[in-house]
Structures are given as structure tokens and as C-alpha cells.
Design a protein around this ligand. Structure first.
Ligand SMILES: [Zn+2]
Length: 474
């Protein structure tokens, strides 16, 4: 029976978030929980003996601390290091934009460690997020690289299953594929590459054409938009094609597609409405009777690793006297700690926001009413309190978690139908909230993941790169 080793780590880093990520930020999946996921179950169904260690997943966050990454890496690699039999293949579901203190790409580190142990003739198949910043090291080490084809990502399981299927093919046919990387000197916020419309949709639609080849030498093609808010040399867009034998034709096609992406670099645009903060506030005021109106505070986007503690937008709402609005959620463990000592219905004077990031705006609330407390959800879910203040409800979380769905609001004692306006810390909206919104707008706020990347002071990004440098050529 052919043996497969499986492990993985998934966190998108935002190196502008001053709060470093730690071991405790990760949820660890092992045993049946990991084996039930699409990639592993596909391998098991195909008759492979799968030996898994852990799959560690965290909400996007700041750069991962070195010691904490090494602890995770030790747990991930332990069964492999202790193994005496040997493996026929390795399955690696990862992200691709994990930034580790002192190391850089966490994925490249893991893949290289595995390569050292298994040797050069065992295929390694990696499934990655579309927002991966691909290094040459990662592409050289992984025989197969396959990335998401949707943003927002609704094809995670399909991607993992496909990467597993390609690994099955490599092992069964005794072929050692290779991955080729075509980097494009192009950076952008993920919001500029959505796949339901626009240039993003066009690029994804062209990938199957690269894969269509008579001699079946091209196994898969993927486009990676990159993760703009990581200050690292490898930041930027790339095509990766994996295959074996004569890949020249496929590489030519991928090269043409890279040229297409470059030539259309000015057309990568957010497909919804985006506005300066005050303009966005006036937009929601004008439409609040046709509810719900959803505003995303894009630069404090927790789903892109921002800290989530900025009350910049809350202050604008208070200044305008807006009511029937819900902020979900602002991250403030101190406020939750104070509120949980009091009772629902109690009042308090409290400063919220600016807990982790000294550049985040704070807000003083005098006489805020505790509307709801949620203190007993499962361990990986945040404890929360809801404060009511001048007609606005503010959901405060004790740890960084995004609110993607109405169900999450329900879990914290809230119902979207009670509000005209919802403010979330996202860039593009989650599919569920996008569906729920009558109107939506992305506010170009200041913060850890500003949409105006040309104004960010990068120190490590390899230059020249567009749009940071006008003289960039490709
Ligand atoms: Zn992503």
C-alpha cells in the first residue's frame, strides 16, 4: 500500500499589524478531523495509507513569532521524522502568505524541511490560497502547486481535493512532476482581483486553456494575486504551472497570460463601490431606509490580517449622529473583560479601540449600556459584549475573528433585521453578507491594510514593482 504523509499550516500574514501571531492563535486539526477534509478523504478513498500529523489554521494576523512557528513546525513534522518506513508522496494544504519572524515564508521552510527528510524522488503536492506570495524556493520544492480559483474563496475543498488527485496521479503513474514559476512585478490589494467579474474573472477563465494539452504534460495552472500587506521580497503576482515532460507549450501559454495580466494591470479594480471614508458615510446615510446597508472598513480588515481595533469609522458615525447602526466587530479584550464583571442592562464609562495598534483611533463612551454578553461559546470562538451608545450597537470581541455571516451575529445575541446599517471589518464582503446587503460600500479607511498600497512604505519588497514604481517593466 502506497504511503502518503499529510500536514499543513494556513495563516495569511499582515506584517503591518503590530500584534504578532502566536501558537495560541491556531486551531489544530488532527486525526479524524483532518482525515475528513476533502484532500485527505480523497487520498484515503483512493486506497492510500495516509499518515497525518496536524493541520494548523488561524485567522489572518500579524507576522508569526519565530518560537511559535518552530513549535508548530515540530508538531507538523514529528511523524515524518520518526517514520522508519518511508513515504511515496506528501500532501501539503497551506496558504502561501505566512510570514514568520526571521524566516520569511513559513510554507517554503516547511516544504524544504520535508524535502530534506523524504529525499528528492518523492512528489510533494501543495494546495495554496490565491493570495499566496510564491517564492522560487517553494516552487522549486513542491512538485505540484494548485491554487484557489475563486475570490472570495468558495473553492477551498475543491482545491484541496484537486491537489490530492494530482498527487494520486503522480504516485500511481510513478511520475515526478515539477512546478514552474512566472513572476509578474505587480502588486495589488486582493479586492482588485475578484473572480465573479472583471479582469480577475477573465484570467481565471483562461487557466483551463493552459491545462488543455494533447500530450497531458501540463497537469495544472494557477494564478496567484499575492498578499499586498506583507513586507517581503517575494510579494507580488505569479503564475505557476505544474507538470512533467515537455512543458514548453504550456509555459509559452502561461507567459502569454502573464503578459495579458501585465498589459491589463490598470484594469484590476474592485468590482463594488469604493469611497473615501466621509463619502462612504454619507452614502450609507442616504440609503439607510433601504436597509440593510453594509459598509466595510477596509483598512482594518481582520480577514486580511489587520488588527481590528480601530474606531475611526465609529467616530465618524457618532459625529454624524447616525442611529440604528451595528459595528461588528471591534476587537477589544479589555472592554469585554470589564463588561463581563457587570450585568446586562448595566451602564459604564469605557474607552474602546486602540488596544493593540497605537495608530488605531480610540473612542470614549460615557454611559454605554451593556446590551448583551456572550461568554460561553466554544474555545475557538470569541467572548463578546454588545454595548449600546447613542443609537449605535457595538459588538466587541475579546479576540480577532471576522464576522462573515448573520449566524455569527445571532450567536452573539444580535439580529441584522434590527439595524439599518452594518459596519464590518472586511474588504470585499463575504458572500453571505454580500447577498444580505441591499447596498454596500467599501470605505477607503487608514490602517494596516490600506487599499492605497502605493502610499505604504515597504522596506523589503523587491523593486521596481507596479504600482509602487512608475518605471516598472515586464
Ligand atoms: Zn485568500
Amino acid at each position: 500500500m502506497k504511503r502518503i504523509f499529510a500536514t499543513g499550516i494556513s495563516q495569511e500574514s499582515n506584517s503591518f499589524n503590530p500584534l504578532k501571531s502566536t501558537y495560541e492563535d491556531f486551531t489544530i486539526y488532527s486525526g479524524q478531523e483532518f482525515r475528513r477534509m476533502a484532500g485527505l478523504s480523497r487520498l484515503i478513498e483512493s486506497g492510500f495509507d495516509v499518515v497525518e500529523s496536524i493541520w494548523a489554521k488561524a485567522v489572518p494576523g500579524g507576522t508569526l513569532k519565530f518560537e511559535d512557528f518552530m513549535r508548530l513546525a515540530d508538531e507538523m513534522l514529528k511523524p515524518l521524522e520518526e517514520d522508519k518506513v518511508g513515504f511515496d508522496g506528501v500532501f501539503l494544504p497551506m496558504h502561501g502568505a505566512l510570514n514568520v519572524e526571521y524566516i520569511g515564508s513559513g510554507e517554503a521552510f516547511i516544504a524544504n524541511k520535508i524535502r530534506e527528510i523524504v529525499g528528492g524522488d518523492v512528489p510533494i503536492s501543495a494546495a495554496l490560497d490565491m493570495h499566496a506570495n510564491i517564492t522560487y524556493s517553494l516552487a522549486n520544492t513542491c512538485n505540484i502547486i494548485y491554487g484557489f480559483r475563486t475570490a472570495p474563496h468558495i473553492d477551498v475543498q475543491e482545491t484541496h481535493a484537486k491537489a490530492a488527485e494530482l498527487l494520486i496521479r503522480a504516485v500511481k503513474e510513478g511520475i515526478l512532476p515539477r512546478s514552474e514559476l512566472i513572476r509578474i512585478p505587480l502588486m495589488m490589494p486582493g479586492e482588485n482581483m475578484m473572480t465573479s467579474s472583471g479582469i480577475g474573472k477573465e484570467i481565471i477563465a483562461m487557466l483551463p486553456d493552459i491545462e488543455k494539452n494533447e500530450n497531458k504534460d501540463i497537469w495544472c495552472a494557477s494564478y496567484f494575486v499575492g498578499m499586498a500587506w506583507v513586507d517581503c521580497p517575494r510579494n507580488g503576482a505569479a503564475f505557476v504551472i505544474s507538470g512533467a515532460g515537455d512543458m514548453e507549450k504550456g509555459l509559452d501559454k502561461a507567459g502569454d497570460l502573464a503578459r495579458f495580466a501585465w498589459d491589463n494591470r490598470g484594469k484590476f479594480e474592485y468590482q463594488g463601490l469604493k469611497m473615501e471614508p466621509l463619502e462612504a458615510v454619507n452614502f450609507v446615510i442616504d440609503r439607510q431606509s433601504d436597509r440593510p446597508v453594509i459598509l466595510s472598513d477596509s483598512a482594518d480588515n481582520v480577514t486580511a490580517g489587520a488588527v481590528g481595533d480601530n474606531t475611526f469609522m465609529l467616530n465618524l458615525f457618532l459625529a454624524k449622529g447616525i442611529e440604528k447602526a451595528l459595528f461588528a466587530a471591534i476587537i477589544d479584550p479589555n472592554a469585554v473583560e470589564v463588561a463581563k464583571e457587570l450585568e446586562t442592562g448595566g451602564t459604564l464609562d469605557i474607552q474602546i479601540g486602540g488596544v493593540f495598534d497605537k495608530n488605531s483611533v480610540k473612542t470614549m463612551l460615557k454611559g454605554a449600556v451593556i446590551k448583551h454578553l456572550t461568554l460561553n461559546l466554544e474555545a475557538d470562538k470569541p467572548k463578546s459584549c454588545v454595548l449600546s451608545y447613542k443609537g449605535i450597537d457595538i459588538l466587541l470581541f475579546d479576540k480577532r475573528k471576522p464576522v462573515f455571516t448573520e449566524e455569527t451575529l445571532n450567536e452573539h445575541g444580535l439580529s441584522l433585521e434590527n439595524y439599518n446599517i452594518l459596519v464590518v471589518k472586511q474588504g470585499y464582503l463575504s458572500p453571505e453578507l454580500n447577498e444580505a446587503a441591499k447596498h454596500s460600500v467599501m470605505a477607503l479607511t487608514p490602517g494596516n491594510c490600506s487599499q492605497k498600497i502605493e502610499e505604504i512604505r515597504y522596506e523589503k519588497v523587491r523593486r521596481p514593482v507596479w504600482p509602487l514604481d512608475e518605471n516598472t517593466v515586464f
